[in-house]
Design a protein around this ligand. Structure first.
Ligand code: PRP
Ligand code: MN
Ligand code: MG
Length: 184
């Protein structure tokens, strides 16, 4: 991959494990939406969800369409306030459609809580969430997450879309980042 080996403390989920779990989730989701009147709309949250989104889309056994949103949390970068700003909105109407939000990770859950509320006001036929990863703080969230790929430890994780200052998204696996990288 070209990064120093010391940047990666431990691989938590391999490329093969991601592919296997994605295929399982895609089957389950496909069964759930098999009777829907129109194509399922996937909404990927940029940028972290991009890798999972494209793999999930291709693994789904039902027709699906890809849309993207980019959102950013207001305020300090260390603690999210829960107030979110739309950087790129959907460019189409989702009223009456079956919508599945696709996330790479739910950490505090603030991004997702806000997004669910926002999208619910647009009158979709249904609105659910799939995430590849979930951290411990998000396990007890009131927001219902229909599908979770892996519940993981509370560590700084990178790879397969997840970044540290925009780096490491291109790694094909999920790994724990060496703390020396982000503590300077
Ligand atoms: C990350 C991640 C989720 C969100 C989860 O995105 O991709 O979207 O944070 O955190 P939360 O549950 O505490 O809200 P980030 O804001 O880093 O943007 P990115 O996807 O472009 O990396
Ligand atoms: Mn994100
Ligand atoms: Mg990020």
């Amino acid at each position: 991959h070209g990064y120093p080996d010391t940047d990666i403390e431990q691989i938590l989920i391999t490329q093969e494990q991601i592919a296997e779990r994605t295929a399982e989730m895609a089957q389950r989701i496909g069964e759930r939406y098999s009777d829907t009147p129109e194509d399922l709309i996937l909404i990927g949250v940029l940028k972290g969800a991009v890798m999972f989104m494209t793999d999930l889309s291709r693994a789904l056994p039902i027709p699906n369409q890809m849309e993207f949103m980019a959102i950013s949390s207001y305020g300090s970068s260390t603690s999210s306030s829960g107030v979110v700003r739309i950087l790129k909105d959907l460019d189409r109407d989702i009223a009456g459609r079956d919508v599945l939000i696709v996330e790479d990770i739910i950490d505090s859950g603030l991004t997702l809580t806000w997004l669910m509320k926002n999208l619910a006001t647009r009158s979709p036929r249904s609105l659910e969430v799939v995430t590849l990863l979930r951290k411990p703080a998000a396990v007890s969230l009131p927001v219902q997450v229909s599908d979770v790929g892996f519940d993981i430890e509370n560590a700084f994780v990178i790879g397969y879309g997840l970044d540290c200052a925009e780096r490491y998204r291109d790694l094909p696996f999920v790994a724990r980042l060496n703390p020396e990288v982000y503590s300077g």
